[in-house]
Design a protein around this ligand. Structure first.
Ligand code: 13P
Length: 254
């Protein structure tokens, strides 16, 4: 059994220190007793150092929302793996909101290079994949998502399995209030995502990779996702921005 991960993707919200600290101070005691799931918060870069300070020695992990693969140089606005090392444990890569708006720096190839750089710098990548509603309607989910996974994991060693996290986030389910059904998410995660991971890392490796579901996850529906055998947690957007996120975490912990 893998220890499930509930990761909060704050996106471009709560990026002022006082806002971020206010929420974390409420969440911390409210989820302290939940040991069966791991919790990670992925805030904007601006508040990572302040949260790293208050969450030192806390079971709540931190993650970044993106990064560049290069160690440094002329990349205006970007943040390197070395800058994040020691500041956070996780880094979200290839979120559909970045793939849609950041061109070549969020291509499949860039996601792969960045994921390899994350591992080389002791960061755990949370690689996001997922199809659009047009692709879903055209019956292309399996082929498209499988290709995204294979591209992201090119050159990975089986030993990466314990540090690697994937998140299946169908684009049509993000921020729409229309989550995938747990059965549908379980099927795509098992057959498509874990299937493609197995081709890269072998069956044993694939069994050790945590694969999350993301897209309109709430305190009300998290239990039904966690009950699915292929789903090892969730990547949560909107529902992670309020103190009620603690209820979601408690529900995930059963
Ligand atoms: P919502 O939970 O707001 O649908 O966002 C999901 C997401 O994009 C998490 O990365």
């Amino acid at each position: 059994m893998l220890r499930p991960l509930i990761a909060a993707n704050w996106k471009m919200n709560l990026g002022r220190t006082e806002q971020a600290l206010a929420l974390v101070r409420r969440l911390r005691p409210a989820i302290a007793a939940v040991e069966s799931v791991e919790v990670a918060i992925c805030p904007p870069f601006t508040v990572l150092p302040a949260l790293a300070e208050v969450l030192r020695n806390s079971p709540i992990a931190l993650g970044a929302q993106t990064m560049h693969w290069a160690d440094g140089g002329a990349y205006t606005g970007d943040v390197s793996p070395g800058m994040l090392r020691g500041l956070c444990e996780y880094v979200i890569l290839g979120h559909s909101e970045r793939r849609a708006g950041h061109g070549a720096s969020a291509s499949d190839e860039a996601v792969n290079r960045t994921a390899l750089a994350a591992l080389a710098h002791d960061l755990k990548p949370i690689v996001c994949v997922g199809e659009s509603s047009a692709q879903r309607d055209a019956g292309e989910t399996h082929a498209f998502v499988g290709r995204q996974v294979s591209a992201a994991l090119a050159g990975f060693e089986t030993s990466a399995a314990d540090r690697l996290v994937l998140a299946y986030e169908p684009i049509w389910a993000i921020g729409s209030g229309q989550a995938a059904t747990p059965a549908e998410a379980n099927r795509t995660i098992g057959l498509t995502v874990r299937g493609a991971v197995a081709e890269c890392l072998g069956e044993d490796g694939a069994a050790r990779v945590r694969i999350l579901y993301g897209g309109s996850v709430s305190a009300e529906n998290i239990g039904s996702f966690m009950a699915m055998p292929e789903i090892d947690g969730a990547l949560v957007g909107g529902a992670s921005l309020k103190p009620e996120f603690a209820e979601l975490v408690r529900a995930a912990g059963g």
